[in-house]
Design a protein around this ligand. Structure first.
Ligand code: BG6
Length: 501
């Protein structure tokens, strides 16, 4: 269903940054091409540099050319360019926000419903909100005003609460859009639909039938040029606190009353709050961390490339030691009747042998072992790069003897001709529609930090050398220490078919 969007202006802070170049501008262009932007909609890019409108438009043209190599529709391009404006906001100009207000007051050019996208350093979130409020640009008496806050919302529970306290001096909860870009992924939205739009899954979705669940995000990429950010953050905070816990919430939550943002968020909040805190004294059996060492990874064309280890990359930047993890695996339990006793293994790593994000569910043993060596059923919801659902069942090998083997029912979710949407496109659209379903409520952010903070602290305090895994390898064998039972093992990409190890 296409929702109506009011005439509005999108004010893009940090417009010359990488996110804007690679995701936001191309995403907005595609929305325009699909006819999803309102006719009266302007984009005001805000940056530190003093750039003319023409120079900025030329820059946007370059961003689009590098994204859409096969070209694009010229009529859409003209329309998109006509929406584009630039405002210089030098940090040392005390009057900068008044000037922005003066620019925006031109109602012929800028519709007065304003959506601010803060793609800036996290330390700038609160000051920008305060200054917007100071000049009256958050006032909703006539028009709506919304603020999108990029990840991360705080770096731990106290800083998230501080940020919340600062911005709620100026904003109501309904004006705040806290991003987790994984929620914009169609495959993640499909988790809820798969569970609740099919009769066959829900009766099995509990501790009576499920042995354990694995939520995995593996990447081939390393930390790249983000060494400083990453070394202060680590895999737990970068991926687990946000994207993976949100995925877990969608997999495990109870059925919402309806599909309203309030109902969905209420169920996710309940679930996140029901995750049992990890026993810090016994952490080694519940959490494992590691760092990649030098190795060889697979690159796009199937060839190998030798890459440096994490500590070597840091050494080049003058950092001599670090216990920051590039691999993190946790065992979590959910204290509610549905999930009592079922381990949820959540893991993420950089520089693995493959890049894949998936939810893999292993069912319990069939009540009778009819044939020796019978396998347990698996259901995998693969998120990326392939979006598909795969079910593994036991079946008789045709022939004279009674023997079974595992069959895979592998259904691509994406079919020829389906739209391929970047997560930021749905998020931008929802922001302008005023639909917060794909954004985080503060209670979700708090529950996520509350769970992760004690582990981050315990790991930071333990300065002993961190386990190393060669770049391009699979999970370190030692990570298996967190498994509840000896017959559990890490699942990999479903492309590997029957290869379970
Ligand atoms: C970001 C993390 O939030 O998500 C990155 O900061 C990570 O380290 C990225 O690579 C993964 O996102 P995606 O959409 O590529 O799976």
């Amino acid at each position: 269903m296409v929702k109506k969007i009011d005439p509005c202006t999108l004010v893009l802070f940090g417009a010359s940054g990488n996110l804007s170049r690679v995701k936001l501008m191309p995403g907005l262009f595609r929305l325009d091409a699909a006819g999803r932007l309102p006719e009266h909609m302007a984009i005001l890019s805000v940056g530190r540099g003093d750039v003319t409108r023409e120079a900025w438009q030329a820059d946007i043209k370059k961003m689009l050319a590098s994204k859409f190599k096969d070209g694009y529709d010229q009529a859409v391009f003209q329309r998109f360019m006509a929406r584009q404006h630039y405002h210089a906001n030098p940090p040392d100009d005390a009057d900068a926000f008044n000037k922005m207000k003066a620019t925006l007051s031109n109602e012929q050019v800028f519709p007065q419903n304003l959506a601010y996208f803060l793609s800036v350093r996290p330390t700038d979130f609160a000051p920008i909100v305060e200054q917007l409020s100071g000049v009256g640009l958050l006032d909703e008496s006539q028009y709506w005003r919304r603020v999108l806050i990029e990840k991360p919302f705080g770096t731990n529970l106290p800083s998230a609460q501080d940020l919340q306290a600062s911005i709620t001096k100026h904003l109501k909860e309904s004006q705040i859009y806290r991003i987790d870009h994984y929620l914009g992924k169609s495959a993640l939205q499909n988790i809820m639909l798969t569970r609740f739009a099919n009769t066959m899954f829900e009766p099995l979705w509990n501790n009576q039938y499920i042995d354990h669940v694995q939520i995995t995000n593996n990447e081939i990429l390393g930390v790249g040029d983000r060494t400083e950010f990453y070394n202060n953050t680590g895999a737990l905070r970068d991926m687990v606190q946000s994207h993976l816990l949100q995925t877990l919430a969608l997999v495990a939550m109870e059925k919402p009353q309806d599909l309203s943002p309030e109902s969905i968020r209420a169920e996710k909040i309940k679930l996140l709050q029901a995750i049992r805190p990890l026993p810090i004294k016994d952490l080694a059996k519940h959490a494992f961390r590691a760092q990649y060492s030098a190795g060889r990874v697979c690159v796009g064309d199937g060839h190998g490339e030798n890459v440096a280890g994490y500590l070597d990359e840091l050494a080049k930047e003058g950092v001599s030691a670090s216990v920051t993890e590039t691999y993190a695996a946790l065992k979590l339990f959910i204290d509610n009747p549905r999930w009592q006793g079922v381990p949820f293994y959540v893991r993420t790593a950089k520089r693995m042998h493959e890049g894949n994000t998936a939810v893999s569910i292993r069912f319990k043993k069939a009540p009778m072992e009819l044939v020796e060596g019978q396998h347990q059923n698996w259901l995998t919801l693969n998120i990326q790069p392939r979006e598909c659902i795969k079910m593994e069942i036991e079946s008789k090998i045709p022939g004279l003897d009674i023997a079974t083997r595992t069959l895979s029912i592998d259904a691509p979710q994406r079919q020829t001709g389906d739209e391929s949407i970047d997560s930021y496109e749905s998020l931008l659209l929802n922001l302008m529609e005023g639909d917060p379903s794909l954004y985080l409520h503060i209670s979700e952010v708090e529950a996520q930090w509350r769970l992760i903070d004690p582990i981050v602290k315990a790991w930071a305090e333990d300065q002993s050398a961190v386990h190393q895994y060669p770049a391009g390898s699979r999970d370190p064998e030692q990570s298996g220490v967190i498994f509840e039972s000896t017959d559990q093992f890490w699942r990999y990409s479903i492309e590997l078919g029957g290869d379970k190890h």
